[in-house]
Design a protein around this ligand. Structure first.
Ligand SMILES: [Zn+2]
Ligand SMILES: [Zn+2]
Length: 252
């Protein structure tokens, strides 16, 4: 205890307090008891993955087996999982989290941590999707890092910065797969010393086409990571990939 700096001890105490003192549901605002972050009705209404998922990328699929996206192009990550479909209240939670409601990282981590324990217990370290300093300034916080640090803390694994983002990239939303890949090409530089010989778990808020995950996973693998896993709060189900993406794909 003596060796732990005072501010670290205060920070840990504050975290313990925040972890155990919650009075209203993060979705509907109703009063909650027993320190839950969601009331029972809202928790039950979340689009949690209950049906079939793609064994590789983890998105919801209508029929068991590898999804169309992975069949078209296998993700560079070894295994990807997400807690919810990017729909309804699941999508709204992620959007709120990314647009100012920073505190929601705990609510999302509540849903992600059990998956980390079940699917990724062999990882050596947890990391986040790097963002540039200017992007972080714009948002005011690094949402992927907040999630990753929380997942690391809850799973008892170290958090480490494993890569830098070397340049700004255009928003991915309206781009086709090929455009997304071009947009991201070479934008991550992984840290050999940190990842060589390690199984790395990357935590992030959402997975749409998986292009970002693949670009980062490829960079980590090139730097010597033995395996790369991805864990997100939500993923876009196969049937609802962005129209711009699916339409252009169908013409290929
Ligand atoms: Zn509620
Ligand atoms: Zn898939």
């Amino acid at each position: 205890m003596k060796n732990i700096p005072l501010f670290e001890r205060i920070r840990a105490a504050m975290r313990r307090y925040e972890d155990t003192h919650n009075y209203t549901c993060d979705v509907c605002g109703r009063e909650v008891f027993g320190n839950e972050r969601l009331c029972r009705a809202c928790a039950e209404a979340l689009p949690l993955h209950r049906g079939e998922i793609c064994p590789r990328c983890g998105r919801s699929v209508a029929e068991a087996g590898v999804c169309m996206e992975c069949r078209r192009s296998l993700p560079a990550a070894d295994k990807m999982r997400s807690a919810m479909d990017h729909e309804g209240e699941g999508a709204r939670l992620v959007v709120r989290f990314k647009t100012g409601e920073k505190y929601l990282f705990r609510t999302l981590a509540d849903l992600m941590a059990p998956l980390a324990a079940r699917e990724f217990s062999d990882c050596d370290l947890v990391t986040s999707v790097p963002m540039t300093a200017s992007a972080r300034r714009k948002r005011g916080y690094d949402q992927s890092r907040l999630l990753a640090e929380e997942i690391a803390r809850r799973s008892g694994k170290p958090y480490a910065v494993c890569a830098d983002k070397t340049r700004e990239t255009a928003a991915q939303k309206t781009l086709s797969r090929a455009e997304r890949e071009r947009n991201l090409k070479g934008c991550f530089r992984a840290k050999k010393k940190t990842v060589a010989g390690k199984i790395v778990l990357v935590a992030d808020d959402t997975m749409t086409t998986g292009s970002t995950a693949s670009e980062l996973a490829a960079a980590l693998r090139r730097a010597g990571a033995t395996k790369v896993y991805f864990l997100t709060a939500t993923s876009v189900p196969q049937k609802t990939l962005p129209p711009a993406f699916s339409e252009r794909q169908s013409g290929v």
